[in-house]
Design a protein around this ligand. Structure first.
Ligand code: AMP
Length: 283
C-alpha cells in the first residue's frame, strides 16, 4: 500500500484548526517533536504515539536557539520531502513545519530556563543548549495541545528537563519516554551520524560497547569513579578526538552516585572530528 504524505501545517493557525478538529471529534492526539533528518529512532516515537493515540502529529523544526554560534545549525541535515515520506510510512497524520519567523516572531523575548536537571552534563558542556530546548519545547507543547508527547531516552537529560518544565508550567500533556533505537552494532541512531565518514563510523560504535563494558564492571562491584576514569581513557584510545564526559549518575537528579542502590545510568558525550555523539544506558 502506498501511503500518501501527511498534510503539512506551516502556520500555527493551520495547526490549531487541525488539533481543534481532532479534539472536537473526541480523538486522542499524540505529538512527536523533531528536528528532522528522520531515522528509525524518530519513527519509533511515531509508532509508539500511534499505538497509544488516535492521531499523531509530528513537528520538524531545526531550532536555532539551541545551537551556539560555533555549532552546526547551518549544516544540520534537512530533508523535508524524505521526512514526509518516512512519517507517512510510520502512520503520522500531520506534520507541523513552522519556519523560524513563525516560531520566533519579531520581538520574541521569552526564555524558559529549567534549573536542577538541566545544569550538569550537557548543561555544563553546552550552556546555551537547554535554554533553547526548553523554550522551543514549551512553545511546541502549548501549540500542539496534545494529550501525550513522545521523546527518546537517547536524549535522557532532555527528557528529564521536558518532564520538569511540563509539570512546572502546568502543560496538560503527558510526557512519555521511549527507548533508544540503535544500529546493529549498538551505535545510537542520530541525525548527526550522517556527518561521520567510514572510519569515524567504525570508531563511533565503540562508544556503546565501552559503556556496556563499564556497566558489566559496575555490576561486578568495581569502584564507580575508577570505572568512569578508565572508560574515559578507553574511549579516547579508541580514536575519539575528545571526550566531554563519562559519568554515572542518579537516574532522576543526574547527580553523582556513591553506590548503585538507586536507579542510575551511565552517560557519555564524545567527539569524532567535528561531530559530537552522546549516549546513555540504564545500569
Ligand atoms: P532530534 O530530531 O534529534 O531533536 O530528536 C527528536 C526526538 O527523537 C527526541 O525526542 C529524541 O530523543 C528522539 N530520538 C533521537 N534519536 C533517537 C533514537 N536513536 N532512539 C529513540 N529516540 C530518538
Amino acid at each position: 500500500m502506498v501511503q500518501s504524505a501527511p498534510p503539512l501545517f506551516r502556520t500555527l493557525s493551520e495547526l490549531r484548526a487541525q488539533i481543534a478538529a481532532w479534539r472536537g471529534a473526541g480523538l486522542r492526539v499524540g505529538f512527536v517533536p523533531t528536528m528532522g533528518a528522520l531515522h528509525e529512532g524518530h519513527l519509533s516515537l511515531v509508532r509508539a504515539a500511534k499505538a497509544q493515540c488516535d492521531r499523531v502529529l509530528a513537528s520538524v523544526f531545526v531550532n536555532p536557539k539551541q545551537f551556539s554560534p560555533t555549532e552546526d545549525f547551518s549544516r544540520y541535515p534537512r530533508d523535508e520531502a524524505g521526512d514526509s515520506l518516512k512519517l507517512a510510512s510510520a502512520g503520522c497524520d500531520g506534520v507541523y513545519v513552522p519556519d523560524v519567523a513563525e516560531m520566533y516572531p519579531q520581538g520574541f523575548s521569552t526564555q524558559v530556563i529549567v534549573s536542577g536537571v538541566s545544569m550538569p552534563l550537557e548543561g555544563e558542556m553546552r550552556p546555551h543548549f537547554f535554554g533553547g530546548v526548553a523554550t522551543v519545547v514549551a512553545k511546541l507543547l502549548i501549540q500542539a495541545n496534545a494529550h501525550a508527547a513522545f521523546f527518546g531516552e537517547k536524549d535522557y537529560q532532555q527528557l528529564l528537563v521536558i518532564k520538569r518544565l511540563a509539570r512546572d508550567l502546568n502543560i496538560d500533556t503527558e510526557i512519555i519516554g521511549c527507548p533508544t533505537v540503535r544500529e546493529a552494532d549498538g551505535l545510537a541512531m542520530s541525525s548527526r551520524n550522517a556527518y561521520l565518514d567510514a572510519g569515524e563510523r567504525q570508531i563511533a560504535a565503540q562508544l556503546n560497547i565501552l559503556l556496556r563494558q563499564a556497566i558489566a564492571r559496575l555490576r561486578d562491584g568495581d569502584d564507580i569513579v575508577a570505572v568512569e576514569n578508565e572508560t574515559f581513557a578507553k574511549v579516547k584510545e579508541t580514536g575519539f578526538t575528545c571526550v566531554d564526559y563519562i559519568a554515572v549518575r542518579d537516574a532522576e537528579s543526574l547527580q553523582p552516585v556513591q553506590s548503585l542502590n538507586q536507579p542510575a545510568r551511565i552517560f557519555a558525550a564524545a567527539w569524532l572530528g567535528q561531530t559530537r555523539l552522546i549516549d546513555n544506558i540504564e545500569i
